[in-house]
Structures are given as structure tokens and as C-alpha cells.
Design a protein around this ligand. Sequence first.
Ligand SMILES: C[S@@+](CC[C@H](N)C(=O)[O-])C[C@H]1O[C@@H](n2cnc3c(N)ncnc32)[C@H](O)[C@@H]1O
Length: 237
Amino acid sequence: MASPQTPPGFPSDVRYLTTPVASPLLPALDRLTYTTPCPPHLLPNPPPRVAIRVITDPRHPAKGQRGLFNAGTEDLERGTWIRDYVGWVHTEAEADPKSEYDLSLERRAVTPLGGEGADEASGESRFEVVGCDATTMGGEARFVNDYRGVPGFERPNAVFELRSWDIPGMVGRKGVRMAVWAGPHGVAKGAEICVSYGKGYWRPKEAQGQSRLAEGAKEEPRAKVGRGRRVAKAKQG
Ligand SMILES: C[S@@+](CC[C@H](N)C(=O)[O-])C[C@H]1O[C@@H](n2cnc3c(N)ncnc32)[C@H](O)[C@@H]1O
């Protein structure tokens, strides 16, 4: 299969992906769920035109960096799928706490051997995270900035939400992606596409845990399931 065409403005030192890449340490079921390619006809809608641009506005807090913009000829309606957040899908042990591109796909309770999900010594539940880091490889969604401080923004115009589809030929198995969607008021033609990373992202680095972008996903605990259908709860917030 021909490799996907790298979009204009994509940095040459980052590998362009359209499908996530699994760490060799990722359990087989997570690999299936989070890295199986999604057939184009099962995307929620045709990919809208976006552009990666270097930010030149001196008032923008990410000036000199890149951002993602609605480059189509129309506004994007509320709930329009924009792009999947693709990258390197990894286990919690492999997470880079300094990464600025790591997002949590799933946070699940771990049941200790012979236990009920609680650590016997502390009595607390333990969780593990499946992360997706777009530092060295990723797609257009890695350029989505946080709305805070961006001129003209009082709130995000886009959201991170999970989506899933039935994997063809595998009864009961779903592929899952974190995706960027147009928010409740849509994304105006020409506008930068900005989400909320969540307040946790902006805490001092030393106070942060793994998967910094994960906080954004947790703050908006909703999921897209099937072809654009909105459900009340994320698969695992
Ligand atoms: C996921 S990356 C977003 C894309 C990034 N601007 C780029 O050019 O690759 C996250 C980083 O972008 C920058 N950023 C995003 N939103 C920002 C904001 N509202 N204010 C300041 N920096 C921001 C920060 O450096 C942050 O760590």
C-alpha cells in the first residue's frame, strides 16, 4: 500500500501517520482495539480540509509553534469529525511524563491477583493507562492547541472524544480512536481548531502524572460510538 501523503506544513522530523502504531509491549487486545486501521467508509464523515500553519500572531501564546485550522470553504457543523488523534500507542510503564503530545485512551481498574481491584496494603483501587503519544509520530490532530489565551477564544471550539466502529469480520470487536470533533458551536471557516487540554495540563510539570493530555479527555467524559453517535459516557474516562 502506498504510504499516506504527508500534509503541507508537517514537520520533517516527525513521522506522518494515519493509523496509530502499537508498542511491542502493548497487550494483543489493546493492539486490536487501538491500532486496527479504520476502513475509510467507516469514518464518521469525509475528512474536512484542515491546514497546519505556523502561528505568527504576537498575541497568541503558542506564537512560533504550529496550530491546526479549518481550511475548508465552510464552517464545520457541531459534531463534525475532524481527525483522529494518532501516534504511538503504549503501556503506562512506557509513558514519557515530559511528553507534550501524550493523551490517555483508556484508564482502567487493575484487579490484583486474588483481589477485588483494591490494593490490599492501601485499600485503594489501582488503575492503568493506555496512552497515545504523538511526539515522534502522529497526524494533523497533534497540532491542535489549547484555547486558553488564544485571541478571540472564550471557550474551545472543538473537543476530544472517543469514537468506535465494528471491526469488519470480527464479531463483537470494536476499533477505538480518540478524535477531535467540532464543538457545540461548530468551527468557523478559517478558524484555528482549539480544544481544552484540561486544567491539569497546565499544572507545573513536576506536579503532573503520566499522559498530560489525558486530563483533557477526562474533563469531557463523553465518547463517540459508531458513526458519529454521541453517548453519555466515555469507554473508560
Ligand atoms: C499537543 S502540542 C500542540 C501543537 C504545538 N503547538 C506544535 O506546534 O506542535 C502542545 C503544546 O503546544 C503548546 N500550546 C498549546 N496550546 C497552548 C496555549 N493555549 N498556550 C500556550 N502554549 C500552548 C504548548 O507548548 C503545549 O505543550
